[in-house]
Design a protein around this ligand. Structure first.
Ligand SMILES: Nc1ncnc2c1ncn2[C@@H]1O[C@H](COP(=O)(O)OP(=O)(O)OP(=O)(O)O)[C@@H](O)[C@H]1O
Length: 266
């Protein structure tokens, strides 16, 4: 992507975020929501309309407040799964339910944090964190309270007035997480959120995320290439291969060697 194209992409992202439902009360479950996938499949259209690689069909249940990590080789369907969960891709088959309700499109109750944090450079840090709250029509005082609380949670309490270009990569990723947390999501989706960061920052942010999860009981689905990270962070690990679930087990029953072996079979 060229530098010129980036602002266009960010504006497209801004438009997409403002498009989400405005029903604030209905989309703010008090704690983590249950996630249920029944027979879900998404396949990309290839040449002459043929279906190509993608995902599923898969069945998966994530309990309220559970921390699930998803691993799998490149091309195994991890990002496709998160895009389906976030409501960005509509499955051709099956249903995704969050807190019992069918997910039919993007919704503030489920937020996706990606490696490319897609922050808006024309807004301050506080403006970025408040962005989803404006589209949810959260009253001004409550917005300020939530922005301050979310920035404190990610360790950036004094950074509200800073501009995005003044921040390091790790700080930007913290802001992206604060923006997600401020909307009080029932489900937090993270797609390789720390993969562009150095080892030390990655460890710090992982620990902070786990602390936030323990405090808030949010349901978390975290995609990573890093098997050590998957085992350290999650309570349960799902491994994908060729779009299918090939392992689903509690972390304490797993090791890096076992995960690697499962992913390389086949
Ligand atoms: N927009 C697209 N059009 C066609 N095929 C796609 C598209 N996006 C992904 N795919 C294909 O779908 C499959 C799953 O891709 P996906 O990006 O979900 O995998 P992944 O596990 O996230 O990979 P990575 O770890 O490399 O990010 C791959 O075979 C990929 O080539």
């Amino acid at each position: 992507m060229t530098v010129k194209e980036r602002p266009l992409l960010r504006r497209a992202e801004a438009a997409r975020l403002s498009d989400v439902s405005n029903d604030f009360a209905a989309t703010n479950p008090p704690s983590g929501a249950t996630l249920e996938l029944s027979d879900v499949a998404y396949h990309y259209a290839g040449k002459r309309g043929q279906r190509t690689a993608g995902l599923g069909p898969i069945n998966l249940m994530v309990g309220a407040g559970e921390f699930l990590t998803i691993v799998g080789p490149s091309g195994s369907g991890k990002s496709t799964l998160l895009s389906v969960l976030a409501g960005f891709l509509k499955p051709q088959q099956g249903q995704v339910r969050l807190a019992g309700q069918v997910v039919s499109g993007p919704d503030p109750a489920l937020t996706l944090v990606q490696q490319e944090h897609a922050l808006f450079p024309w807004l301050t840090v506080a403006g970025n964190v408040a962005f989803g709250l404006k589209s949810q029509r959260v009253p001004g005082d409550e917005q300020r309270r939530r922005v301050a609380a979310a920035l404190a949670q990610v360790g950036l309490p004094e950074y509200g007035e800073r501009r995005i270009h003044e921040l390091s990569g790790g700080q930007r990723q913290r802001v992206a997480i604060a923006r997600a947390l401020a909307t009080r999501p029932g489900l937090l989706l993270l797609d390789e959120p720390f993969s562009a960061l150095d080892e030390r920052t990655r460890t710090d942010l992982s620990e902070q995320l786990r602390g936030i999860w323990q405090e808030q009981h949010i349901t978390v689905v975290f995609v990573t290439h890093n098997l050590e990270e998957a085992l350290k962070l999650g309570e349960r690990v799902v491994a994908l291969r060729d779009g299918m679930v090939v392992l689903d087990a509690p972390t304490q029953e797993l090791s890096v060697e076992k995960l690697r072996a499962v992913m390389e079979e086949g």
